[in-house]
Design a protein around this ligand. Structure first.
Ligand code: PEP
Length: 262
């Protein structure tokens, strides 16, 4: 069984004090659940202090980005090697990195390889723009993003990774339109199908696929119920204590109901 994953991407919000207060409140509210993993992705600055405060039975940490070289004269950068004892996951290929910072398919595949080399699990974000969708290029875009990002990995590596389907037009930063569950399912099925074609069915069944795009506590369950969806990547709503803990509660309720059914 694939564990449900709820990831909070705090983006460039919350200073050290604010981050510590939010973690403290979440820690009080969120319970340990063996089938649900809750991951927090604070800013780079805040990772170190949070790593000392965090209850590792309840949360894991993720970096929002890192540089693909392990060390060297790269002013302003932090490598995956430097993060390896601090984080379990790293978000790679987020649409804000692709669109605002111009990260290319090659940059992203180098980052995925560097994360894996350093024992950090990539949360690879993929998704089409509105223009791609209207031109019916969604599958082609997803295919190119998935294939290039994973090209340096073995099927054993791929089994461990997480892919977040985040249509760019649904991310709050870029419009925040709500994607219908049917549309999300179609894209997620396609991503898993691609993995199956490239790395085999067994690998495709192990990869966790998340949804991300303006998810909050009111609508999270609708996405988490999609067959093949293993959780959500939450941006804006993740810095709200009420909204984020509400999303985790929705995952608990789903698991409980599933348990009662079986
Ligand atoms: C994200 O940052 O990955 C994201 C999905 O953002 P938001 O929830 O704000 O749309």
């Amino acid at each position: 069984m694939r564990k449900t994953l709820i990831v909070g991407n705090w983006k460039m919000h919350l200073n050290t004090m604010q981050a510590s207060i939010l973690l403290h409140r979440l820690q009080e509210r969120i319970r340990i659940h063996r089938d649900i993993e809750v991951v927090l992705a604070p800013s780079m600055l805040v990772l170190q202090p949070l790593s000392l405060q965090i209850d590792r039975r309840k949360f894991r940490l993720a970096a929002q980005n890192a540089y693909h070289k392990d060390m060297g004269a790269f002013t302003g950068e932090v490598s995956f090697t430097m993060l390896r004892d601090l984080v379990h996951y790293a978000i790679i290929g987020h649409s804000e990195r692709r669109l605002i910072f111009g990260e290319t398919l090659t940059d992203i595949s180098e980052k995925v390889a560097a994360a894996v080399r350093n024992g950090i699990t990539p949360i690879l974000c993929v998704g089409e723009t509105k223009t791609d969708r209207l031109a019916k290029h969604t599958k082609r875009v997803l295919h190119d993003q998935v294939v290039t990002a994973l090209k340096n990995l073995t099927s054993e590596d791929v089994e461990e990774i997480v892919i977040a389907y985040e249509p760019i037009w649904a991310i709050s930063t870029f419009g925040g339109e709500l994607a219908t569950p049917n549309l999300v399912k179609e894209a997620m099925d396609y991503i898993r199908h691609q993995i199956s074609e490239l790395y085999g069915k067994k690998t495709a069944e192990k990869v966790r696929v998340l949804y991300g795009g303006s998810v909050d506590d009111q609508i999270a369950r609708g996405y988490m119920e999609i067959d093949g969806c293993d959780g959500v990547l939450v941006g804006g709503a993740s810095t709200s204590y009420h909204k984020f803990s509400g999303i985790v509660d929705a995952a608990y309720r789903m698991q409980r109901e599933l348990g009662e059914e079986t």
